[in-house]
Ligand binder design. Sequence first.
Ligand SMILES: *Cc1c(COP(=O)(O)O)cnc(C)c1O
Length: 328
Amino acid sequence: MIQSDVLTIQDVWAARKMISNHVRKTPLFKSAHLSKQSDASVFLKLETMHEVGSFKIRGATNKILNLSTEEKKRGVITFSTGNHGMAVTYAAQRLNIPAVVCLSNRVPEAKVNTLRSLGATVKQVGDSQDDAEAYCYKLADEEGLTVIKPFDDPHVIAGQGTIGLELLDDCPEINTVVIPVSGGGLFSGIALALKSCNSQIRVIGVSMERSSVMYHSLHAGHPIILNEEETLADSLLGGIGEDNKYTFDMVKKYIDEFVLVSEEEIAAAMAYLFKNHRLVSEGAGATGIAALLATQKNLVLPRDNVAVIISGNNIGAAPYMKAIQNYL
Ligand SMILES: *Cc1c(COP(=O)(O)O)cnc(C)c1O
């Protein structure tokens, strides 16, 4: 149990130990193209290499493994349609723990089937994400299931933070890290791990220009609500919670720079990864590259050692090809 409200590097070390038999270490790969282009050493952290295609498996696994025996027996529940829902389902299945995912009736059949095939019990209600969320909490109450939150949970944050430890292991001279931001669990965990070891390391957050709730919340000084616009970085959509307990404060404390990227820059970055590295990334996963390639954003100094987190690859073939075709 993480008792105090303040997470420390100890929690990240504990998470690494906890998940080590279940989540693989991902490669850190030097991009010759990006290094040449930015006159620095640029490394890609391939969080696309996990079983379900994103880093969310780290936090979900750490959270589930930290439940009590009784809680594990009763099972877990979530209302995420995306990478978090898949990670929770996958992790629970591996650990022989029942998982329920609540979805609205509007969620496309393909997504429902993916979650079912990973072993989730899918409950469909209402026609909005809010209906699914309300039902999720009701069912959790009635059946004693544990809701696994996507980012604002200490064990989830510590799990994502294990990426920071791997970066330090593989490239101790790292001095700049570029991290996609939505709810801020990924950013908070990595920044905690890095800054605890070396406060000189720069951590740069990236979101899309369209509906970046964390960015505008930081400017407002408190969590705000925004209408969602369609974006290629769909995994970065969603609020940060009006009662946000951890990630808002952690992002505020650690962030050195917050960059927003356009839809064109995201598409160009996805195409860049394909062209130069034959690497498939979803929009959210390519936002760090988008930030680096947009030269007017001038993020990197000569001779920097930079790591860019490629956070996920869940995108269908058709939307992928549509996104990259004009930039190849
Ligand atoms: C969830 C997610 C993010 C953002 O993570 P947060 O912890 O919500 O900031 C980034 N990229 C991908 C692919 C994701 O699934």
